[in-house]
Design a protein around this ligand. Structure first.
Ligand code: ADP
Ligand code: MG
Length: 323
């Protein structure tokens, strides 16, 4: 690697942010060395963001850095894992100091906030692309997966749905909103919040979980397929923000909530017997949760509005900014 790139790593990444004690050796050698406690499963996930495919080419470097880390941590949250380590493969057209300062600042800031250490990566030249691998820990047997839901389990979601999709539509000029709503919705698109505390609090309570990256209809479909169930979904119970409801019609808001991606909320199921413990478990997670349906036998999603069947051709959103 060229000396310019070594100084890039030293300037922006090495020794920056939170330094965990379980990192035996961090950035600077051929590998990082990490200490994994006994009876712990390592949860490992990778996501790539390519300029012009997963984010608008003019997106602020701070938002790109934030989002690249947050989407990976969201996958850890969905498994009930505690985040620990991150590696960053960065492909850059050129070493632009102003861009790197903002980007790296955001990566380090999100890591610091969630107690994660950046332990390595790779730096190459080429069209802008960011690949992050995040690793987290979950006690053996406590992991959440997509496959554990049963008929009768209740379906829940954290936060509000559809904001990020409308935020993207505003950025692309497909919708218009008031200045306040616009800022909120665009922030929800650019700066997603991984629901890490909620994911860990759901250990032993949720029967399945997934994070919402492709849209509720599509991601619920993954849970139903893995769990061999169908679901009744209560449209009147979908949690939606004032900004979403104040900007588009109710029908259109449902569409954003069901089909637009990038919300990074958690979708999870809870057996009747665990329902009582749920509020207590999530009390300190910093995010509200809403019951939006119930699993049943069979397959597919049935939509109900105040108990009445509604026919909606809800396909998973085929977004141009693909997952
Ligand atoms: P090697 O050629 O042995 O793979 P590199 O020269 O690519 O090593 O990287 C030197 C050190 O810097 C390694 O420890 C690597 O993990 C780290 N590193 C390289 N790029 C990044 C990056 N973008 N972010 C964090 N660490 C990085
Ligand atoms: Mg290398």
């Amino acid at each position: 690697m060229a000396s310019r790139e070594f100084s890039l790593i030293d300037n922006y990444f090495k020794g920056k942010g939170h330094q965990r004690k379980d990192v035996v050796l961090g950035i600077g050698d051929d590998c990082a060395l990490l200490s994994v406690p006994e009876n712990t499963l390592l949860a490992v996930t990778t996501d790539t963001l390519v300029s012009g495919v997963h984010f608008l080419p003019d997106m602020a470097p701070r938002a790109i850095g934030h989002k690249a880390v947050a989407v990976n941590l969201s996958d850890l949250a969905a498994m009930g894992a505690e985040p620990a380590w991150l590696s960053l493969a960065l492909t850059l057209p050129k070493a632009d100091d102003a861009w790197l300062k903002e980007f790296a600042g955001a990566v380090i800031e999100v890591c610091e906030y969630y107690g994660v250490t950046l332990v390595g990566g790779d730096t190459t030249r080429g069209p802008l692309s960011i690949t992050i691998t995040a690793q987290g820990k979950v006690p053996v047997g406590k992991q959440l997966t997509r496959g554990g839901a049963k008929p009768g389990d209740w379906l829940y979601v954290t936060g509000t749905l559809g904001d990020a999709g409308l935020g993207l539509a505003l950025l692309e000029g497909r919708e218009q909103a008031s200045a306040d709503h616009r800022e909120y919705l665009i922030n929800r698109h650019c700066y997603p919040t991984p629901r890490l505390l909620a994911g860990q609090a759901l250990r032993g309570i949720a029967s399945s979980a997934i994070d919402l990256s492709d849209g509720l209809a599509s991601d619920l479909g993954h849970v139903l397929k893995a769990s061999h169930c169908g679901a009744n979904l209560f449209l009147d119970k979908l949690p939606m923000s004032q900004a979403l409801l104040g900007t588009v019609s109710l029908e259109s808001a449902w569409r954003y909530a069901l089909e637009a991606g990038d919300d990074y909320e958690l979708l999870f199921t809870v057996p009747e017997a665990q329902k009582g413990g749920l509020d207590t478990a999530l009390a300190h997670s910093g995010v509200k949760h809403s019951c939006i349906g119930q699993l049943r036998g069979g397959e597919g999603i049935s939509y109900l509005n105040h108990g009445q069947p509604v026919v909606l051709e809800a396909q998973g959103y085929e977004h141009s900014w693909a997952s």
